[in-house]
Write a protein of this length. Sequence first.
Length: 537
Amino acid sequence: MPSIKYIFVTGGVSSSLGKGIIAASLAKLLQSQGYSVTIQKLDPYINIDPGTLNPYEHGECYVTDDGAETDLDLGHYERFLNVPTSQANNVTTGKIYKSVIEKERKGVFLGKTVQVIPHITDEIKERIQQLGNTGEYDIIITEIGGTVGDIESLPYIEALRQMKWDLGQSNVLAIHLTLIPYLSAAKELKTKPTQHSVKTLMESGVQADILVCRTEHEIGDSIREKLARFCNVDKESVIQSIDASTIYDVPNLMLDEGLDKIVLKKLNLKSDIPNLDIWNSFLKRYRNPKNKIKIGLIGKYVELQDSYKSILESFIHAGSVNEVEVEIISIHSEFIDNENIHSKLSQLNGVLVAPGFGERGIEGKILAIEYVRTNNIPFFGICLGMQMAVIEFARNVLKLKNANSTEMVKDTLFPVIDLMQSQKEVTNKGGTMRLGSWKCELKDKTNVSNIYDTNIIHERHRHRYEFNSDYLDQVESKGLIASGINSETGLVEILELNNHPWFIGVQFHPEYKSTVYNPHPLFVSFVKAGLKHSKLI
Ligand code: GLN
């Protein structure tokens, strides 16, 4: 049996260089040559997972089929590879220590002093090889979060050093992503930070095999030669990663640079011409839109690019399918009021109300939903967005004054959204929501059964509250139909409005499942509705 290959991606000089995109792009190139590849993210922070982190700290929390709350890079991995990730694809220092300490309490290390080396590093290596041992993959790409030299990433770099030694140079590869800054006063690209970063890595005993150099300007031959000489790599292993206008260009940029070829050569694997036909036709449609629409994204973290990452990417996929440019207008829900609502929403071709937690900004969301419902503007509510649509409908159509969710007002007179039964005993915050993929049955002849073109779907969830079925008859009698239901629990997962061009609220997160090769049908249909609307105004 050929041995499984491990590729590590580390970062130096600066954070936010795009290690996740480089890892995903390389994986795409390898996958397109017939290799089975998965990507794993090791996060050096001590939280068990990012589920308890504020989006201001960490951007979006991504959710896998098996209910892991993960780093948003896993979203990129899935969107690029079109293969689901799992619990094993995101490991944090918190998880590593928790497991080692639990083993210690069980007496697994009886008699031994438990130490960073070998116990923590062994646990890290085990988590990396766990993916290899599934037998599903030829190549595991492991991205180590943070930058080399950080105190908290040291055990991970040490695990990488040991794995190179344990498994041999041709089975373990270290790719180092670094920044080549441009000094405009000197009109020069500078290699010194990269030299230092490669040295820092060497201090931990790891020689970078390949350098990926993030740069705003072409790096040219002399810089490649200089870097090769100072950093102990061959010139063909100095890869330029120039700023791209979209992350979806990066696989082709890496292909032009020969990153896949050099990786496969160093791993003693055969290389072929990657088949990127579907990818490239997606890009072609994305680049040549025939129309343009404006979609309002209403949330309370809209000033942060990363908070609604998967939603934004889903619109890119859906825009490409419809050959339309989707301009996203971010609207902060806290600043919507009766005075400004018309000016903020009247020119939009659709409104998406985002997921979220807590009370801040919800009245703005409810006002916005009333506006789009009564003005026939396409509406898409996701999770909290769906819940707000129910509250709006209860207040303004059913005339249930001050109807609310018990998340916002515990003793509200009309709790149209309420804590799920299964959540009533839960006190811990971390990892305790209703998470991961759940089956949902779609009612015949509804908008959603048309859109999905099936009656059974599986979608990912992350919530504690749900539609209160005591109000089901009332809402349905006025045209808000529960068109998707989990038949085992009876939970309402989708509500849609009759007599409206497009008004759908979903309790789940379709954005987690949209990929380049498989754009999500709800986003595709919503963008199509936006396009139709744009022709009317
Ligand atoms: N706060 C709501 C709940 O827990 C919605 C969650 C979400 O939008 N992800 O049910």
